[in-house]
Design a protein around this ligand. Sequence first.
Ligand code: LLP
Length: 427
Amino acid sequence: MDAMFTLRGGALQVEDVPLQAIAERFGTPTYVYSKAALGGAFRAFESAFADALSRVPGRADGAPQPLVCYAVKANPNLAILNLFARMGSGFDIVSAGELARVVAAGGDPGRVVFSGVGKSTAELEAALLAGILCFNIESVPELHRLEQVAARLGRIAPVSIRVNPDVNPKTHPYITTGLNENKFGVGHEGALALYRAARDCRHLRITGIDCHIGSQITEIEPYADALERILELVDRLAAEGIELDHVDLGGGLGIRYSEESPPSVTEYAAAITRVFGNRRQRLVFEPGRLFVGNAGLLLTRVEYLKPGPVKNFAIVDAAMNDLMRPALYEAYHEVLPVVPRAGATTWYDVVGPVCESGDWLARNRPLAIAEGDLLAIASAGAYGMSMSSNYNTRPRAAEVIVDGDCMHEVRARERIEQLFEGESLLP
Ligand code: LLP
């Protein structure tokens, strides 16, 4: 977890607020984020690149600083988007819904890149009218659909082609995206053909190139390899008279959940800059998890302790519908008692109330706990709330951002009536 989460006076706290106070005021389960951790992660990324690029020999003085487009899907809470927008962030979106969130949060559509393999006509229209920075195009039919939409609206659509550099990022197979077998992007030859086709479209303007090789990547080589392959293409395109304004390397840099040792942003920036050199294009990045993952946790309360013949279960009030990463990827999240107890530990599986054997948050953890205790499920700021659901008709959790000694409820806990508001009975 970020350094903003500390054990003080025998209890876990976020910045200057004890987690017990949050549970008391807002109940559980609740997602809790630190404003300083969110802002700190964003600033660290920006300054690592500013620093690395300033050392590149021959780099022009006025050369553009990278554009950071936070990947909204990692955590789309309006308060979080607004915080990043105020720091000058752009946004990587994958739906009209995410675009609407960015706009509602005061984000600048002119700093939005639109990724995704299945953008609908309505989504292309909405983004074009909003004036986004570019569409990351992933297929020939998508390119043609965008040309038609732009022609109909009398606009010029800025496009970048998402290239699949076919490097193995060595992460979980469900979150690998840059291999030829994945549904994302197009291969090198396909990309050349797409750029040539785009050049011939009257309502498209080629602005860049992009790739995204996967998520929770803990090594640097896949990035350097991917960038090298992308730059080969940039040069081939230039030889054909197609000049690009930006090179977007996507997101995916991993964080520490337990024993991983992902590259630091300084190492990442140094490696990218080494390969990129003093090219004139603007670098674009789409980090998600890196900014929010370790800036948030899921606060939950132990309902029951249930000893069993083979396993002991700590049944808590959060479940797979709140945090589905363990069920989906067997992901590891550290479990921290909010008020650690002295004494013997017992091995527990930490599970939720949902009616699925896959409903677990942590397995085989030595814990000294009692019913009623609060637990923090660590590193849950990314893809926690954003992938939550109402399975088992469970209202989604509240979200709280701590700023110093203030707690701000930035999303109220859902009420049960809300969950079936849009439903109706047959006549
Ligand atoms: N750009 C594109 C085009 C993406 O598809 C993604 C994530 C990102 C950026 C941001 O990646 P990040 O920096 O957050 O790794 N639900 C999974 C992760 C899925 C990532 C999907 N794409 C998880 O909980 O680990």
